[in-house]
Design a protein around this ligand. Structure first.
Ligand code: C5P
Length: 398
């Protein structure tokens, strides 16, 4: 329950994406948030208040003259109770009003009267989004500290394609969860590797391992939630890229090595989570290797891959380097030895039986202060604890 105890006012303005707001109410509620829906008059032409009432379990407000509010100040009462005000979809007209401080209905009055953060998920036709007036309004809103979520690019209800699509409900949910995380890495740049590598034997075969990338992707998400600008160099995995993270896809250890060196200079932190193959075939075959009774089984000669983490840690002015050690036994001994031999300030140890492939893990953080065991938990929760520790170590470097 990522939003347990949070009170969210969800504003719905007039746009066809209002149908996605119904799913959003369901997702926010399923994470423990209590959701109070406020609709503009235009929004009620797309989805009825009954739908939102049924999904949120609360009467919906649409009118600033609503007689149900004892003091007749719905705009004040609703915003004072909220931890965040989220407007999805936010139409071009709604954004223009808010950018200019207009307050001619309950939703815009409530926005003007708020004393909590405002997040908006724009939804409109691409020409409307790119119109200079909308661009001006968005710039004003950003300058006023409003969080603009999206919009995405793609097919639009009007039949056109381009920027202006509202983010999907699940993406807005992830943004909402991120909003409530402490911003311990604000202004920092974090580079990560994740997933396995694939070392080609021939065009269709190769050497790889069972890493799913789940732990690395969870750390990328947690670093992004904490306010960092995150670049993820990922081996082949089947995971979606976390929203806000910039992903570079690679296959082999050599590609990962080259990409990390290309990216590393401007980063404050490097976290090597990838399960990089230690060896690769020395001479991968350009053609598919054939079998046959008369042919001897091939011998594959291996050569060692570069150790990406050790090389980055040995740079003249390295970022704060964090390594991972997945061991099948003697975790404390091997992890501390790895930390010292690669000369890195923080190493994260886990037993293969605890973490490989699953959604949960058990981690121990090893640094100069000693070993810090983290209780078994979902990978995202552990990733957030790791990010907090990294923020502490970064603070000490100054
Ligand atoms: O040496 P070992 O593979 O056990 O060390 C694990 C740590 O080193 C991980 O953080 C892993 O991402 C990193 N590593 C690397 N390049 C390699 C091998 C491991 O960055 N070639």
């Amino acid at each position: 329950m990522e939003l347990a105890g949070k009170r969210i006012v969800l504003g719905v303005s007039g746009g066809i994406a209002a149908y996605k707001a119904a799913e959003l109410v369901r997702l926010l509620s399923s994470e423990g948030a209590s959701v109070q829906v406020v609709m503009s008059e235009a929004a009620t032409h797309f989805v009825t208040p009954v739908t939102f009432q049924a999904l949120s379990g609360k009467p919906v407000f649409t009118d600033q003259w609503d007689r149900r509010v004892a003091n007749n100040m719905a705009h004040i009462d609703l915003s004072r109770e909220a931890d965040a005000l989220l407007v999805a979809p936010a139409s071009a007209d709604f954004l223009a009003k808010v950018a200019n401080g207009l307050a001619d209905d309950l939703l815009t009055t409530l926005v003007l009267a708020r004393d909590c953060r405002l997040l908006v998920a724009p939804a409109m036709n691409r020409q409307m989004w790119e119109n200079p007036a909308t661009c001006r309004n968005i710039a004003s809103l950003r300058a006023d500290g409003v969080d603009i979520l999206g919009p995405a690019c793609g097919d639009q209800a009007c039949g056109e394609t381009g920027p202006g699509r509202m983010l999907e409900a699940a993406e807005i949910l992830a943004e909402m969860i991120a909003h409530f995380q402490p911003k311990s890495l604000a202004g920092k740049r974090v580079l990560l590797t994740a997933g396995p590598t694939f070392e080609a034997i021939d065009p269709v075969r190769g050497i790889t391992n069972l890493s799913t990338g789940k732990m690395g992707y969870a750390i990328a998400r947690a670093a992004c939630e904490a306010g960092a600008q995150v670049t993820l160099v990922s081996g082949p995995v089947s995971l979606p890229c976390p929203l806000g993270v910039s992903r570079i896809e690679v296959s082999s250890a050599l590609q990962m090595h080259a990409e990390v060196h290309r990216q590393v200079a401007s980063n404050d932190v490097f976290i090597a989570v990838a399960a990089v193959a230690d060896y690769r075939p020395a001479n991968p075959s350009a053609q598919k290797i054939k079998k046959g009774a008369q042919l001897k089984p091939p011998t594959i000669e291996l050569v060692q891959n570069p150790d990406i983490l050790a090389e980055i840690a040995a740079l003249r002015a390295p970022p704060l380097c964090v390594g991972f050690a997945a061991e099948s036994e003697n975790l404390h001994k091997y992890a501390e030895h790895k930390r010292r031999s690669k000369n890195i300030p923080l190493l994260v140890g886990n037993l293969i039986a605890d973490g490989f492939g699953g959604d949960d893990n058990t981690l121990i953080l090893f640094d100069d202060d000693g070993a810090h065991p983290l209780a078994p938990a979902p990978k995202l929760q552990l990733a957030r604890q790791l990010v907090n520790r990294i923020a502490v170590l970064l603070g000490r470097r100054r």
